[in-house]
Design a protein around this ligand. Structure first.
Ligand SMILES: Cc1cc2nc3c(=O)[nH]c(=O)nc-3n(C[C@H](O)[C@H](O)[C@H](O)COP(=O)(O)OP(=O)(O)OC[C@H]3O[C@@H](n4cnc5c(N)ncnc54)[C@H](O)[C@@H]3O)c2cc1C
Length: 385
């Protein structure tokens, strides 16, 4: 039988899953002076989840104004983290959206409402400015948009959390959890720890341990049973070699299916389809899909003649999404859940981490758009955010 733990053995918070959001939360909580322990299944900088690789698009170009505001706040947060990192984290080289006109109108309205500059270019002007593309319809240019280096961001969050005293354990999967509402007990193959509160950020594996974590918490079972099923898809992104000398914006073609792309620091263009991957079990990964390669290559040949349409390489990455593509950031008892970041959550990590940390400290997120019982938010005519 376990003896009662000494108060000094009890952590303030345990973070279950130290990928993108878990690492950002570890950084935020330690900067607030909390005693944090965290676990991740895989090694630091692993490529088995949703947060690896060099670049992610940061933008305010959403049809839903709420996301434009959140994006604007996030860009400010990344700017300040970039300062802390001494540069190399954030590159604001601008971005473009093109495709369904009604969607571009909504995006323009959201960006303006959030105080972010946008400019509509006709196809001719857009082709002059961005000679790597073939446009036939107007283009929405956003100068304050760009990329954040995902690997560097996770390294920064983790390094700073560790330096501030966080006890982060990698390559140490959580095997079991229990929670009596006052104390959370976490078991791994090598240790058992206790904490007063838990942050649950297991990404694509979120269906696995949440039930046990909430089982004995007031309102926990109802909360757990109300969560919609998470869909995990294996998304592929391809790297292309530019054949003209030009600067590349990030881009999103608003259409069905939607294709997007972004420049990488080593001069390539990374591109892929949005929500075009196969549903999978995150523990059983398959070989890259040849059909996806053919589809993206054809799309690039048609729309981006400034690159060689034969991809140089491919990488895979998981989307873990709820049907409405919105996140779940909510608290019940002594647990805060942060999952369902899908294909668009990275850009918001520093801000979501602040909100999660507030919930951990008992500070409500007024008008939280990501509660379990949220009202459905609008999506653009393409069906995407
Ligand atoms: C191809 C692709 C392109 C994307 N592009 C963009 C973009 O341009 N802009 C944007 O904003 N977003 C983008 N995203 C989305 C964004 O990257 C993800 O939403 C975000 O990184 C998810 O972070 P997470 O913390 O939820 O998941 P993860 O980073 O996967 O973290 C979950 C962690 O939980 C750990 N874990 C699981 N089970 C256990 C266990 N039993 N014990 C311990 N640890 C466990 C895992 O090992 C993992 O590290 C993209 C995603 C993909 C896949």
């Amino acid at each position: 039988m376990l003896s009662a733990p000494e108060p000094s053995d009890i952590f303030d918070v345990v973070i279950l899953g130290c990928g993108g959001l878990g690492s950002a939360v570890a950084h935020e909580l330690t900067s607030r002076g909390l005693r944090v322990v965290g676990f991740d299944h895989f090694a630091r900088a692993h490529d088995r989840g949703s947060s690896h690789g060099t670049e992610r698009i940061v933008r305010t170009a959403y049809t839903d104004e709420m996301y434009a505001w959140l994006g604007a706040e996030s860009i400010e947060a990344w700017r300040s983290l970039d300062g802390v990192a001494g540069g190399g984290l954030l590159r604001l080289g601008g971005g473009i959206d093109f495709g369904i006109a009604a969607e571009l109108e909504e995006i323009e309205r959201s960006c303006r409402a959030a105080g972010m500059p946008v400019e509509t270019l006709d196809a001719l002007e857009a082709r002059k400015r961005f000679p790597g593309f073939r446009f036939t319809t107007p283009v929405l240019w956003q100068p304050v948009c760009g990329t954040v280096n995902a690997d560097a961001a996770l390294r920064l969050f983790q390094d700073r959390a560790l330096a501030a005293g966080a006890d982060l354990h990698f390559s140490e999967p959580v095997r079991g959890v229990s929670n009596d509402g006052d104390l959370v007990t976490v078991h791994t193959a090598v240790r058992t720890i206790r904490a007063r509160r838990a942050v649950f950020t297991m990404g694509a594996w979120a269906d696995r341990l949440l039930g046990s974590l909430l089982q004995r918490v007031d309102g926990g079972p109802e909360f757990a049973s109300g969560i919609p099923a998470l869909t995990v898809t294996d998304e592929q992104v391809f790297f292309f070699r530019p054949v003209i000398d030009t600067s590349w914006p990030t881009f999103i073609r608003r259409d069905v299916p939607e294709y997007y792309g972004l420049p990488t620091p080593d001069g390539r263009l990374k591109a892929g389809g949005h929500y075009t991957g196969r549903p999978i079990d995150p523990d059983i990964r398959s070989e890259p899909d040849f059909d996806a390669r053919v589809a993206v290559s054809e799309w690039m040949r048609e729309n981006v003649p400034g690159v060689d349409p034969e991809p140089l390489s491919v990488t895979t990455c998981l989307y873990a999404s709820y049907p409405d593509e919105d996140f779940l950031i909510d608290g019940v008892g002594n647990v805060v859940v942060g999952v369902g970041l899908g294909g668009h959550g990275f850009k918001f990590l520093p801000v979501l981490a602040r909100r999660v940390a507030d919930l951990v400290e008992g500070v409500a997120w007024v008008d939280n758009p990501f509660t379990l019982h949220r009202t459905a938010r609008s999506v653009g005519p393409s069906g995407h955010k």
